[in-house]
Design a protein around this ligand. Structure first.
Ligand code: AMP
Ligand code: MG
Length: 418
């Protein structure tokens, strides 16, 4: 496994390192270099393996299907018997799914067979029942039957020994079914990533409690719980912490001792109550980036001991954007996955967009198709970084490149699907 090639202290040696305006792509690559997958692996029973990452390749212990089966309801025959049309065969038994015909079929004989039933010994083809006239124990078969037809051959889905799922693959519904079809009841998986989260801010209150003037509800922690649940992480929720240096320090130290990753929101800019950067420098190592992007300019990354730290901005939309653009793939690497760039497409933008060059913008968009099947995208409207309803309305980001200026309606833009 690749080990991280950068240390936090030699960042300045990189060419083009501008911590005050780091392009999105460069920040992504940089974070990647500090990350290595978890080393602990465990055996997980298949029924609770959803979202787990494979820690080893899986080869098939068997052929799928394991034997030759009928793909139709009809009659199992010996193709060599079908030289005359119609041919008349003697019905000698039946083969049902789970109840095979035990005997040997010889020349001039056939067997009634159902979909999913084992092909009887001696037979090589299945004739659909629609092509057959049956009368007592005589069966007349029409012409045009091909040798081997309507048989699912042993190994046609998966051949014994074949690589079915590679190391780093994430287990979802199809994978669970596939593994079960191979008789595999447990997998070797990376252990779950333990992620501690907390919000910072004196103004924050827990939903379900009353709000005084000047207070707002802590929404970021809930957004993060959702995002982390989608990734299958173990979440350690440390609540919201006051803008008090000692409280934040104590919470960070406590979190670092029991988790692989800490994610906070708020307190990473340069306001008087923004302590995250100072504290990270004091108790760990800090890489603090002002990323040339909107929303989400300030993003702290660093380590406290062995624990990775991501300090996200406070604005609710910025939390989601920075998580989706940087943190999610970083977590996937720690989980043992090899994240691929997210799926993008070109769409005709039906809104005009104001955009200043010099930063990448992630506007919230609604992607649709017109009657001709062309992709159209419109913005969700007001794009303030506190307007979380824009993330609910949106199904994609409209990604406007660093040097892009205003966009006129009718121009083609790049869209990144959620
Ligand atoms: P900060 O980065 O701490 O200055 O926060 C920037 C903005 O985001 C401020 O308006 C905060 O009130 C708001 N904010 C910070 N944390 C949260 C949170 N957990 N939930 C909702 N809004 C927040
Ligand atoms: Mg704050």
């Amino acid at each position: 496994m690749e080990s991280p090639s950068l240390s936090l202290s030699n960042l300045e040696m990189l060419e083009d390192y501008d911590p005050d305006s780091m392009p999105v792509g460069q920040a992504r690559q940089l974070i990647r270099q500090f990350l290595a997958p978890l080393s602990e692996v465990e055996i997980v029973p298949l029924h609770i393996a959803y979202q787990r990452t494979l820690a080893a390749d899986v080869h098939s212990p068997m052929n799928v299907p394991p034997h030759n089966y009928s793909a139709m309801d009809g009659y199992a025959v010996r193709h060599a018997d079908l030289r005359t049309a119609p041919s008349s065969l003697k019905l000698v038994g039946s083969s049902f799914a789970g109840h095979a015909f035990g005997g040997q079929v010889v020349a001039g004989e056939c067997v009634r067979i159902m979909t999913g039933a084992l092909i009887p010994a001696g037979c090589d083809s299945v004739v659909m029942q629609e092509h057959v006239r049956a009368n007592g124990d005589r069966v007349e078969i029409g012409d045009g039957q091909r040798l081997g037809q309507n048989i699912r051959l042993a190994g046609e889905d998966v051949v014994k020994g074949a690589l079915v799922l590679a190391h780093g693959h994430v287990i979802r519904a199809a994978e669970m079914g596939l593994l079960a079809s191979l008789g595999i009841g447990e997998i070797s998986a990376y252990r779950k990533l333990k992620i501690a989260i907390f919000s910072t801010g004196d103004e924050l209150r827990q939903p379900g409690t009353p709000l005084a003037a000047g207070q707002i509800y802590d929404s970021n922690r809930f957004t993060l719980i959702g995002l982390l649940t989608e990734l299958g992480a173990d979440i350690i929720d440390l609540g919201n912490i006051r803008d008090d240096k000692d409280s934040i320090r104590a919470t960070l130290l406590q979190a670092a001792a029991r988790s692989d990753v800490i994610i906070t929101s708020g307190g990473v800019s340069v306001g008087e109550a923004d302590y995250i950067k100072q504290l990270l420098a004091e108790i760990g190592e800090v890489v603090f980036w002002k990323i040339a992007m909107k929303p989400g300019r300030p993003l702290a990354y660093g380590k406290i001991g062995q624990c990775h730290f991501f300090g996200l901005p406070g604005n609710p939309v910025a939390v989601m954007v920075t998580f989706l653009q940087f943190v999610r793939d970083a977590l996937r690497v720690l989980m043992g996955q090899d994240p691929k760039p997210s799926f993008t497409l070109q769409a005709l933008c039906t809104s005009s967009i104001r955009k200043a060059p010099g930063r990448t913008e992630f506007q919230r968009g609604i992607l649709s198709q017109d009657a001709e099947g062309r992709w159209l995208v419109q913005t969700t409207g007001e794009q303030g970084s506190g307007i979380l309803s824009s993330m609910v309305k949106a199904n994609c980001f409209i990604v406007l490149a660093l040097e892009q200026g205003n966009v006129e309606a009718g121009k083609v833009v790049q869209v990144q699907m959620f």
